[in-house]
Design a protein. Structure first.
Length: 403
């Protein structure tokens, strides 16, 4: 019985020990769970920041004479800040009509250039040594201030426009003789093109400096095709071609001047001459001997007289000259005068007092005066008066303002 009681007592103590051990384990597990939960919620501890170094004690600003202590801080003068640029002036407020934006207007004042030749009537010689003060230029009757004055002597750019039609032999002979004389007086730096016309215009030689090419083209004129002569169409086409070339150009028209079936009228060709700048036309009439020998009369003679007048008008409008030779011996002097006039000229330039760009045609007049403003008089070595001709175009067309 006691043995049983001892055994029961040991078993009870053992149960108490096991229960106590279980309780201790449970408490330990709860405590460990609480610690882990706290670790997850608590942020990591911050490292203590390093304290900044101690600042030296502040010193008083030095006076203008510099720092008072050599061991102190040196005070550098402060740079002057760049002043801001002043704002641009306000633009004037312009009240435009509704739907109209602002626009700018530029006015170009053109400079008019006039080539002037002064030729003695008797000897056909160029008059040199004239000065700017000897010239007066008038535009529509108003004197213009001359701003530029030079004497030019330069190579020429010319078109030799020849009438080659099935007419009398004398017309063709005069044309060939005049063309050969002109070609013989060309210089190496000259550019010349050769064109012929009857009912149509044909280019024999484009612009070249080779005299041999020009001679070959003249030698090819053997048998004409038609007897009609459309001089207005030929001259209009030639003006249209040379207008694309910069600088001064010349047209030497060698023809009878009689027009037959041109599509272009006289008024249109005159308007084309006025509208084409920097072109001078020289005309040489052909068939003068044939007209005299055939005893022309009536309407046929009137046609040729009108043709002479048209040829003269073409030259006069552009500042050129017209000639109507009767003999072959006149040709060298004629083309010597043409060459002398082309290569020796006075170039005058001015700004028009009328700045309007209205496309109107303005008449020009050039006069020669002496030092006192009186008409210039010339004398030879025997103190005999000399007559002279002033060769210049009679007007120009002002530029048209673009709308």
């Amino acid at each position: 019985m006691e043995l049983y009681r001892g055994y029961a007592l040991r078993m009870r103590n053992t149960r108490y020990s096991v229960a106590l051990l279980a309780a201790i384990l449970a408490i330990t597990a709860l405590m460990n769970g609480a610690v882990l939960a706290g670790a997850e919620q608590t942020p990591p501890a911050q490292q203590p920041s390093t304290p900044p170094p101690a600042q030296p004690p502040a010193q008083s600003a030095p006076d203008a004479s510099g720092p008072g202590d050599d061991n102190g801080v040196i005070a550098l003068p402060k740079k002057k800040e760049k002043e801001p640029e002043p704002p641009p002036p306000p633009q004037p407020k312009v009240v435009n009509p509704p739907g109209l934006n602002n626009f700018s207007l530029r006015v170009d004042v053109p400079i008019v250039t006039v080539d002037v030749g002064v030729i003695l009537e008797k000897t056909h010689q160029f008059v040199p040594n004239l000065q700017q003060a000897n010239f007066r230029v008038f535009e529509d009757g108003v004197q213009q201030p001359i701003s530029g004055f030079t004497r030019i002597q330069a190579p020429i750019t010319a078109v030799l426009l020849l009438e080659f039609a099935a007419k009398s032999y004398y017309f063709i002979y005069d044309m060939r003789n005049a063309a050969w004389t002109f070609a013989q007086q060309l210089k190496p730096d000259d550019y010349v093109a050769v064109m012929t016309f009857d009912m149509r215009t044909q280019i024999l030689t484009d612009f070249t400096q080779d005299k041999r090419v020009i001679y070959q083209s003249l030698n090819s004129l053997m048998i004409p095709g038609f007897s009609e002569t459309n001089v207005f169409d030929a001259l209009y086409e030639t003006l249209d071609r040379v207008s694309r070339i910069e600088g001064r150009k010349y047209i030497v028209l060698i023809a009878s001047g009689r027009d037959t079936f041109s599509k272009i009228t006289l008024d249109k060709i005159l308007a084309k001459i006025k509208a084409t700048p920097d072109v001078t036309i020289f005309t040489v009439g052909t068939g003068q001997v044939a007209r005299i020998m055939s005893n022309m009369g009536g309407m046929r003679e009137m046609d040729y007289l009108q043709a002479d007048n048209q040829m003269n008008t073409f030259a006069k409008m552009t500042g050129g000259m017209s000639f109507f030779p009767r003999f072959a011996g006149e040709m060298p002097d004629i083309f010597h005068q043409i060459n002398d006039t082309i290569r020796n000229q006075y170039e005058l330039s001015y700004k028009p007092t009328n700045p309007k760009q209205d496309g109107t045609y303005r008449k020009l007049r050039v006069e020669l005066v002496d030092d006192e403003g009186q008409p210039l008089k010339m004398q030879d070595e025997k103190h005999k008066p000399l007559k002279y001709d002033i060769i210049a175009r009679d007007g120009y067309r002002a530029k048209q303002q673009v709308e």
